[in-house]
Every structure is written in C-alpha cells, then in structure tokens.
Design a protein around this ligand. Structure first.
Ligand code: GUN
Length: 293
C-alpha cells in the first residue's frame, strides 16, 4: 500500500512553476499576475485566500487582493470584475466563494472573462472541459489528475466509481476520467444520494473518488483489494485532543481502508494541497496564453 503524498507532490509542482516563472522573467517578461476578490470576512475564505497569496509568493507569481465589504452590491461587484477583465496587467483572477446571500453567485461567475477564469467556474470552461477541449480546469479535479499522473497510476480501461455529483468535483472529475486521454480512458460510474447500492458499486471499482462530504463514509467492506482510493472529503469534526478543538476528516475510513488499497490519499495532505497548486498552474497557463490567445 502506498500513501499518495499530496504535500510533497504539490511542493514539487510549485518548484517547477517557480522555475518557469523565473525563466519568463529572466527573458524580459513580466511575472504572471493573479488577482483575488474577497467579499466580507468569512473565516474560511480569509484563510483560503491567505494560502493562495502565500502559494503565489512561493511560485514568483504576483498577487493582488481586492476586498469588498459584506454589503457590496452585485452591480458594484460586477463592475469590479469588468475592470479586472479589461486590466491587461492581470492574467487571471478568482472571486472567492461563497458570496453573501444577496448576491447571485452564478451571475458573478458569468461576468468573469472566461479567458481569465483560472478557477474554471465559468460555463464556457465547464462546457469545454466536458467535451474535451482545452480549458481552465477547476482546482480539485485538476489536482486529482496531477496526483494520479505523478503517482504513476495507469487509469486506462479502469473502472472508476465517483461518489458525489457536485459541480465542482463529482461532475468534472467524472468527465475528465472518461475522456480519451491520459489520465483518463476510464469507465466511470457516478453514485449519489439516490444510488441504492453504493457498496455494490464501490466493490466493482478499480479507482474510487470519494467526494460526498460525509466523514468516513467509505468503509473497508466497500473497497476491493488493490483499489486506488482518492479522498476529497474535508469535513471539520470535533476533536478535543487538538488545541483548536477540531480536525479535518475525509470521506474514507482511512485506518481500515488503507491496508486494502494499492494507493490512497490521506486527509489532510492528499488532495487538499493540490488544489492551490492547480490554481497556480492555471495562472501560469493564463499568463502564457496557452489555452486562449
Ligand atoms: N471556495 C472554496 N473553494 C474555492 C475555490 O476553489 N475557488 C473559489 N473562488 N472559491 C472557493
């Protein structure tokens, strides 16, 4: 059994991105520039954004942060997005979600120029991903593909069971893994809350991607010997033994499932560290105009 070390793979990719950025700058170009839009002071969003800014620093990517008060109107926010769309010094930008309830998130996402949508949330990027065209891939599915690739896992012809059908993980990872590509070329089954026989499905899987947000949902009796298990879960559960009072818990009962697996991602330190790296990767692609001219 091999534990996939997402932290180490993420650190390696960040170094590669930093080296490429250095080359661009050495050749007289300017460093890629990622802008972030943060509305309000939600604790989770603040810490995600701080991690993204730190990752930019590690990669030599310029970052800038636009902050808005919780009370910002949708029109004001969209006006700011239009300015970022038209700002040639910005290669890509993200609007940290969730947004306050009075703002229509989809309307905001739709206002982003898809050529700068490094989160891969714009319908044009989502649609292009689903038909196998070059696009900005959203962070988690992109990170999972990088983990599979860098761990030398052959996905061709494998049966992959995806647990969860969310727009940000389940649907895109199912699309990517069924594409005629490498990694990809899987037979994909997507299970969700209305699937009656999840255990039976999982027992047929060569690869399980667990993204349902239910702590330790995947038990040892759902996993066949030699399976690859990718755990996307990040639920905070109470843990009085920790100073902060909680710990992150995956969707997989790691202790009992791991001994059966050929490869498994831990939580934390598996998929999590890869998501921010995917954003750095997309920002570099945006700066190089590698996907869109
Ligand atoms: N909120 C939680 N994850 C994400 C993400 O990947 N991008 C954005 N914009 N907001 C998030």
């Amino acid at each position: 059994m091999q534990i996939i070390d997402g932290k180490a793979i993420a650190a390696q990719i960040k170094q590669e991105i930093a080296a490429e950025v250095k080359e661009i700058v050495a050749a007289g170009g300017r460093a890629p520039h990622l802008a972030g839009v943060l509305v309000g002071h939600d604790g989770g969003s603040e810490s995600y954004m701080a991690s993204k800014v730190k990752a930019c620093e590690q990669c030599g990517i310029t970052s800038s942060l636009l902050r808005f008060d919780e009370s910002v109107s949708q029109d004001e926010l969209i006006a700011a997005i239009r300015r970022l769309n038209n700002d040639d010094s910005v290669d890509g930008f993200i609007v940290q979600l969730p947004l306050p309830r009075h703002i229509d998130e989809q309307a905001v996402i739709n206002a982003i120029d898809y050529r700068k949508d490094v989160d891969g949330f714009h319908p044009i990027n989502v649609g292009r991903l689903s038909i196998g065209l070059p696009c900005f891939r959203s962070a988690t599915p992109s990170g999972i593909l990088m983990l599979l690739e860098r761990s030398g896992i052959d996905t061709r012809g494998k049966h992959c069971v995806v647990l969860g059908r969310s727009n940000i993980v389940g649907k895109p990872i199912a699309s990517l893994l069924m594409q005629k590509a490498n990694p990809g070329n899987c037979t994909v089954t997507v299970c969700h809350s209305a699937t009656p026989n999840i255990q039976e499905m999982c027992l047929q899987a060569d690869i399980i991607v667990a993204a349902i947000g239910r702590p330790e949902f995947v038990k040892a009796d759902m996993v066949r010997e030699g399976a690859v298990v990718i755990d996307v879960g990040t639920t905070r559960v109470d843990d009085p033994t920790r100073e902060r009072g909680w710990r992150l818990c995956g969707d997989v009962d790691f202790e009992h499932v791991a001994p059966k697996c050929s490869h498994i991602t831990p939580v934390p330190g598996g998929v999590g560290p890869m998501t921010i790296v995917s954003l750095m990767h997309n920002t570099l692609l945006a700066a190089k105009h590698e996907i869109y001219q």
